[in-house]
Design a protein around this ligand. Structure first.
Ligand code: J2J
Length: 539
């Protein structure tokens, strides 16, 4: 990997400050697991639907898988697209890649041809690790499409039954001696929930990501007696690092993996494993609160429920303690870095009514108007941030970086926030063109680009329709070329284009033209206003 184009390092003065302050400790994730295995060898590290791994087994298998992958020819700096569901092998694989110094590109199981091809192409991935089936979807045809469209992908590794490809289990080989990677190197590539039509990849180093996990553990402490339940897809930054799986594994706690976020799966696991901490998005919190009132499951072991990824309404937040009997922790984070938390000992009004404050004393934030001038305390403005675990640039995205970062290295979050006198943030809106569908981020431009390829569509604009269950749903305003196409046909068109299901608009409004702003851009603001107007809209 050439560092000049793929990764923007922190300026040396900042890197030295983070090291001198003891935030970047030079420990890689591979070593972190080895240390945990020494300390907690026989304890349960990971439990999933099909088995369990002690720390000793996890460490050994990560070494063996690293051996197998190394023999395949996967080496330091190579990118590997990982698309695994909530299974223990995800953890084994990530640590195997960390040890080699190869870089997992963390895809979601819900991604389809469109997303996976983009990820493989953009990262020049040499390998693709994928399940055979998941939630009724057969990945076989997708694998073939990816192989034929992505020349860089030399290896496919399957979790499950092979179909001719090596499985994760097949690759558990003799360990090979591998030099520990440089902790300042990129450990993994996260996906941005960002606003552009092509996904942006987020390079996180061992140093900065490990620090974000440690700092998260300070505000959401875990210990050997904790059981952390992964409800959200494991590859997402929240369950992976805030403090999530990596936090749990660095202190000797047990990670319990739920195959789905359903009440049936999660409540049964909470009772069975006496789960103490978990992380969900607001729509799941809502369903849990409704179900908890009548459930026969014993949820009394739950100590902390973290909720983040999208705005949690205060009315819902206020129910968590009385209904679930546990502490609520609001988490406002982003895969690019900055994570804000309410603290476990914060007063109720802060926990219920805010999204918390930055977790690190070295996080820097500014709240600015459209001209990048700081607003007064309490006024809404865009949140800019830089710090010891916030990236300075996306992977291979020089042009985009000029837009997403200020000249002095602040990341433009695209979120509109207010800073309260208590020092806590409230997320009030966003300027980035994204629909936040219950925590799943849908870049409007990406869907617009796909939909505008349909011959019946002359113009299109995607906006978020406010929704009680999901916060927002994807809505398409469509200017048809002639007769409006059938909605079923538009949905099929997007599915056939290989777009992940969660991005496909659920509502379509046919219009004669799109409203424009004074400078001639489509006015999403007025389209959103039309969606909340009481008068019914055509379509
Ligand atoms: C409102 N909006 C929120 C919140 C994220 C922990 C928790 C979440 C993420 C995450 C994460 C929000 N209230 N509590 O990475 O480590 C919206 C904002 C933000 C974007 C980032 C973590 N929590 N958001 O959600 O990269 O718009 O990370 O900029 O997926 O989600 O999305 P993502």
């Amino acid at each position: 990997m050439t560092t000049s184009t793929s990764f923007t390092p922190w300026p040396p003065a900042f890197a030295s400050r983070y090291r001198a302050a003891g935030l970047w400790t030079g420990v890689t994730f591979g070593r972190l697991l080895t240390e945990s295995a020494h300390r907690h060898g026989s304890r349960a590290a990971v439990v999933d639907a099909s088995g369990s791994w002690t720390y000793e087994r996890l460490d050994r298998e990560a070494h063996r898988l690293a051996g197998g992958l190394h023999r395949l020819g996967i080496g330091r700096g190579d990118r590997v697209v990982v698309q695994l569901p909530n299974v223990g092998e995800f953890v084994v694989l990530c640590f195997a890649l960390f040890r080699i110094g190869a870089v997992p590109v963390l895809a979601q199981p819900s991604h389809r041809e469109h997303e996976i091809v983009q990820l493989c192409t953009q990262s020049d991935a040499v390998a693709y690790v994928v399940p055979d089936r998941h939630l009724g979807f057969d990945f076989g045809p997708l694998i073939e499409r990816v192989r034929s469209r992505c020349v860089s992908v030399r290896h496919v590794v399957v979790h499950g039954s092979s179909g001719g490809f090596p499985t994760v289990a097949d690759l558990l080989d003799e360990p090979v001696p591998l030099a520990d990677p440089d902790p300042a190197d990129v450990a993994l590539l996260q996906l941005s929930g960002g606003s552009t039509s092509a996904p942006k990849l987020i390079p996180r180093t061992h140093d900065d990501y490990a620090y974000s996990v440690r700092a998260s553990l300070e505000v959401c402490p875990l210990g050997v007696d904790d059981r952390y339940l992964t409800v959200l897809p494991v590859a997402h930054n929240f369950p992976l690092s805030s403090p999530g799986i990596l936090g749990a594994l660095s202190v000797g706690a047990t990670v319990v993996m739920s195959p789905s976020p359903s009440v049936a799966d999660t409540f049964a696991l909470i009772e069975q494993h006496r789960v103490t901490v978990t992380a969900v998005v607001p729509p799941i919190a809502r369903v849990w609160l409704e179900a908890a009132a009548t459930t026969a499951y014993d949820l009394s072991s739950l100590r902390v429920l973290q909720v983040g990824g999208a705005r949690l309404k205060p009315a819902l937040a206020a129910q968590v303690r009385p209904v679930l009997g546990c502490q609520l922790q609001q988490v406002y984070g982003m895969a690019e870095g900055l994570v804000n938390y309410t603290r476990l000992d914060d007063p109720e009004d802060v926990v219920v009514g805010t999204q918390g404050r930055p977790m690190s004393p070295l996080d820097e934030i500014r709240i600015v108007d459209e001209n990048d001038r700081e607003v007064s305390v309490g006024e809404p403005g865009e949140l800019l941030t830089r710090g010891p675990y916030t990236i300075r640039g996306y992977f291979r995205a020089t042009e985009q970086n000029a837009r997403s970062f200020t000249s002095d290295g602040y990341y433009r979050t695209g979120d509109i926030v207010r800073l309260l006198p208590s020092g806590n943030l409230v997320v009030v809106d966003r300027v980035k063109d994204v629909v936040n569908r219950g925590g799943e981020k849908v870049p409007s431009e990406e869907v617009e680009e796909q939909l505008s390829r349909h011959p019946g569509v002359r113009d299109v604009a995607i906006v978020g329709q406010p929704d009680d269950d999901l916060g927002e749903r994807v809505c398409a305003f469509v200017v048809p070329t002639a007769e409006p196409p059938r909605i079923r046909e538009l949905k099929r068109f997007l599915r056939d284009a290989g777009l992940a299901a969660y991005k496909i608009p659920e509502r379509y409004v046919f219009v004669q033209s799109l409203p424009l702003t004074a400078i001639g851009k489509v006015s999403k603001k007025s389209l959103r206003a039309r969606l909340v107007e009481p008068a019914p809209l055509p379509g």
